[in-house]
Design a binder for this molecule. Structure first.
Ligand code: GLA
Length: 412
């Protein structure tokens, strides 16, 4: 049998189940040569650098990051790969093998344009403002990270550009600084007042480990992901996250409103991270019901992350699954960021024998669910969800297994 063509190999990774390290390395090398070829075809020269940044799924700790709380995401083996070279002038040209249209701009005049290039524009603009070494460059992107599936393709794009600039122009930003730069670029150029989770794990994810991050201090710990015979399988609802930016920013503002009231009552409260459930309950008549529920989600979700870490440490996979379920219920009822499609996927998953937990992952309003599924039940799980989803929404969901992988910092 002849060698499979590169495209087939890359596609294979896209749908793959746990590749071995050797297979993985082969695919990485092949992806790199495909990138180099595509770069050459478009720009007529060799790239000077190539690298990648991953997407993520969050296992638990949703909408806690911008409340100074805890999160537990993993970086996944789906990435944006980039090859780049200095252009020799002030123009940046970025081409993607996955998205139509070239992004072209001058480093001296950068304005948001409302397209996917804004993630790159934001990073370049911030880099310029911080007076780091910078010049025009050409870049080719290729990825196996689904866009709009709630697995942080935007953070991966920001991080890949941030590391591309460091490599091309010869400087190095410490990991937390790189993540913060990417987060600020997203605030300014994409208009989402996101927290730090996505960018941080895209930088600092580690193979086989989840990242336990304290979003106030940015202290973190890599926690061994011991799931026994269980796997993490994402299910993409394919629902466009239309309201995501406005509703996301609104939730953040609601939390801040809650903090203002709680801070008057309790000394030392700077964020919902500082509030216990009993303190919140004491204030139930002072806080408007909607705001109360938003706060309750955040306060209980922070506690769930700590319990989940303990469950992971003691190998209690069942408990971990139960916490995932409670997290989803709280996101649905108290935080109201789920939707009918995600709820159907979650409820159907929970009805499958061998599924220990199911919840939406990421901001919500569409995107994906993350499921803890026994290896022997993966086919049954996929078939059951596909059938139910097709029947209810006339759509085939997309599945991908999530293997904890390295972040951009470990791919330097
Ligand atoms: C998005 C944001 C993150 C985080 C999640 C919700 O992914 O980018 O900062 O707030 O939503 O947990």
């Amino acid at each position: 049998m002849g060698r499979p063509c590169i495209r087939a190999v890359v596609r294979n990774v896209i749908e793959s189940v746990k590749p071995t390290t050797k297979e993985y390395q082969t695919v990485m090398n092949e992806t790199e040569s495909l990138l180099t070829r595509r770069f050459y075809e478009r720009f007529g020269g060799k790239p000077q650098v190539s690298l990648w940044a991953p997407g993520r799924v969050n296992l638990i700790g949703e909408h806690t990051d911008y409340n100074d709380g805890y999160v537990l995401p993993i970086a996944i083996g789906r990435r944006i790969y980039a090859a780049g070279a200095a252009s020799g002038n002030d123009t940046v040209t970025i081409v993607s093998g996955n998205i139509k249209g070239e992004v072209v701009f001058d480093i001296n005049r950068i304005e948001p344009s409302g397209d996917w290039g804004d993630y790159a524009r934001g990073i370049v603009a911030k880099t310029r403002r911080e007076q780091r070494p910078l010049a025009g460059f050409n870049a080719f992107f290729l990825g196996n990270l689904p866009i709009g599936a709630g697995v942080s393709s935007s953070a991966a794009m920001e991080v890949v550009v941030c590391y591309l600039l460091q490599k091309l122009f010869g400087y190095s930003i410490p990991p937390a600084g790189a993540a913060l730069l990417c987060q600020q670029a997203e605030h300014e150029f994409a208009g989402t007042r996101c927290g730090i989770m996505d960018q941080f794990v895209s930088v600092m994810g580690l193979e086989g480990k989840a990242l336990f991050l304290d979003c106030r201090t940015l202290e973190f710990k890599h926690v061994p992901l011991s799931l026994g015979d269980y796997s993490l399988v994402a299910c993409d609802s394919r629902v466009e996250r239309g309201l995501a930016t406005s509703e996301y920013n609104r939730r953040r503002a609601e939390c801040e409103q809650g903090v203002r009231i709680l801070a008057q009552r309790f000394e030392g409260v700077r964020a919902l991270r500082d509030v216990s459930l009993s303190q919140l309950e004491e204030c139930s008549t002072l806080v408007e019901p909607t705001i109360f529920r938003r706060c309750r989600h955040v306060v209980t979700e922070n506690a769930r992350v700590l319990e989940a870490i303990e469950a992971m440490r003691t190998g209690n996979v069942e408990k971990f699954g139960r916490l995932m379920n409670t997290s989803h219920d709280s996101l649905k009822d108290d935080y109201e960021v789920s939707c009918a499609q995600l709820d159907l996927l979650v409820n159907t998953a929970r009805s499958v024998r061998g599924v220990l937990g199911s919840r939406l992952t990421g901001a919500g309003f569409g995107g994906s669910t993350i499921n803890l599924v026994h290896n022997s039940a993966i086919d049954l799980f996929q078939n059951t969800l596909t059938e139910a989803y097709l029947k209810a929404f006339d759509t085939v969901p997309r599945f991908f297994e999530c293997v904890a992988s390295n972040g951009a910092e470990h791919a330097r």
